[in-house]
Design a protein around this ligand. Structure first.
Ligand SMILES: Nc1ncnc2c1ncn2[C@@H]1O[C@H](COP(=O)(O)OP(=O)(O)OP(=O)(O)O)[C@@H](O)[C@H]1O
Ligand SMILES: [Mg+2]
Length: 481
């Protein structure tokens, strides 16, 4: 079986209800896959002291399209048969998500031999449910509908839990958890809460907290959990890795389809890693430059020998706490477009003046730098550098603070209009991926504190592009003296 990334192992000393779930799955036409069987066996372990479920909570994380929801259906169907008048809820993000899935389930049950133990399903708008002959019922609901009221039930599943905030998720649990003890007393069967999902993003606060607690070994002893996906150090672009860790690989689809699946995520590597590797998308939620635009505007780096007589401007930016200084070139192409190219990421700011002076002299090019913010001190030092005659050493493209606030937006519109390109560079890619926006009214700039990596590489390109577009005429094409 696919090796899980982590989770609860089967305790062979306890009996399990798993084989009965497997029977129901078979009758529904979806015999359990090996990973589904593991989950059914562990979640179905019976506490020898009480004769009912050992676990009250089941946390399940897998890649997309593994069969999570299908497993829930089989477990829910089995759950209706523990006794009369049981209430089973299937909750998803919206009523539509829950309803769409449930309608498929209704068709499946009604076409199966199990239709004999059901009664006529309700198909009313907002009142979908499948009653069973013993009075039990399975109901799909939207999270938002339920959140206000609270549910009393014998089993509740929060499917697609990545979509819940901590607050919304907790509101539902606040309604359900206190009723578990009373239902156990009334029915003799331990109610179960299932939380199932593919990994989400940093905003998936409800699911992340619970999954992280399990990974840290801090879950309650009545919680079992299952985590399938690629290990944290694995490369999601390696299709053999996906085959090895995706629990439905070779069962619901095979290797020959995988390249096509990857195609569907073009320009969205994080989406791919999440869907097929079950890797959390830790990317910032408000990227300064969206991934698709960035991927579409890459160009080949330009070596000094290929520069011909194209004018150059250097953009210089400094990271928060002066940890790094980035220098980029803005190159004015013959066709009127601008190519931005990251040249250096220096540690600190100490070596920057010498390097900038050398570049300016070599390429007869001016510098753009913000004279406030994180670069203020470096800017001041550059402005005071003089040649042996006491003349200013470094030429500048003047930029006031109002101009500075437009550099990010004009860079992005330049990329969007294909008037600006960026030379391929992994450090620059990382900076673009990690740089968030900070809004002030209708304008934004790169948020240094809100970003998750170096912002200076991207900021230096933004400045270089602005400088290249606002180059003083007299500094025009490169002069050979
Ligand atoms: N045991 C099974 N046998 C046959 N087909 C299955 C089985 N389990 C799931 N499937 C099929 O695989 C597909 C994906 O299943 P399902 O929707 O349950 O996955 P999921 O993990 O909930 O996906 P998503 O993350 O997209 O919600 C469905 O078409 C389903 O019918
Ligand atoms: Mg699903």
């Amino acid at each position: 079986m696919t090796p899980p990334r982590g989770g609860t192992e089967r305790n062979p000393e306890r009996r399990t209800d798993g084989p009965i779930v497997a029977k129901f799955a078979q009758l529904l036409g979806t015999p359990l896959l090996p990973w589904q069987r593991l989950v059914a066996d562990v979640a179905g372990e019976i506490d020898p002291d009480t004769g009912t479920y050992f676990y009250d909570t089941v946390i399940l994380s897998t890649p997309r399209q593994c069969g999570k929801s299908t497993l829930v259906d089989a477990v829910d169907t089995r759950n209706t048969q523990w006794g009369p008048d049981r209430f089973i809820y299937y909750l998803a993000q919206t009523g539509k998500d829950a309803g769409d899935h449930f309608k498929k389930y209704l068709k499946t049950v009604q076409a199966s031999p199990l239709s004999a133990i059901t009664t006529r399903p309700y198909l009313g708008a907002g009142d979908l449910r499948q009653p069973f002959a013993n009075g039990s019922v399975i109901m799909p609901k939207s999270v938002t509908k339920v959140a206000g009221h609270g549910v009393q039930g014998d089993k509740i599943t929060l499917d697609e839990a990545f979509s819940l905030s901590e607050e919304t998720g907790n509101t539902i649990l606040d309604g359900f958890m206190p009723t578990m003890a009373t239902r156990l007393k009334a029915t003799g069967v331990q109610p179960q809460l299932w939380i199932t999902s593919t990994e989400g993003t940093a905003e998936s606060t409800f699911f992340n907290r619970r999954l992280d607690a399990c990974r840290a070994g801090e879950q309650s002893r009545r919680t079992c959990w299952f985590d399938f996906g690629i290990p944290s150090d694995a490369d999601p672009e390696d299709l053999d890795t996906i085959m090895r860790y995706h629990p439905a690989a070779g069962l619901l689809w095979d290797r020959s389809q995988l390249a096509d699946f990857r195609e569907q995520f073009q320009g969205n590597p994080a989406g791919w890693a999440r869907a097929f590797g079950n890797r959390r998308d830790e990317g910032i939620t408000d990227r300064a430059i969206d991934e698709a635009t960035w991927a579409a505007t890459v160009t080949a780096p330009i070596g000094p020998a290929d520069l011909d007589d194209r004018p150059v401007v250097f953009g210089v930016a400094v990271d928060v706490d002066s940890t790094h200084t980035s220098i980029s070139a803005g190159i004015c192409n013959q066709d009127g477009t601008i190519t931005t190219q990251l040249l250096k990421i220096l540690d600190g700011t100490g070596y920057a003046p010498t390097e900038i002076a050398r570049l300016c002299a070599t390429y007869h090019a001016p510098v753009v730098i913000d004279d406030r913010g994180t670069a203020a001190d470096l800017s001041d030092r550059l402005h005071h550098m003089t040649d042996p005659d006491g003349d200013p050493l470094i030429p500048f493209v003047d930029m006031d603070s109002a101009d500075y606030l437009t550099t990010g937006q004009s860079y992005v519109s330049g990329l969007t209009n294909r008037a600006i390109w960026h030379a391929a560079d992994p450090d620059l890619d990382a900076s673009a991926a990690n740089s968030a926006r900070k809004w002030a009214g209708d304008a934004w700039r790169v948020s240094r504190r809100g970003s998750t990596g170096l912002t200076s590489p991207l900021e230096s390109c933004m400045l270089a592009a602005w400088g290249a577009a606002h180059r003083p005429e007299e500094s025009g094409p490169l002069q050979i003296f």
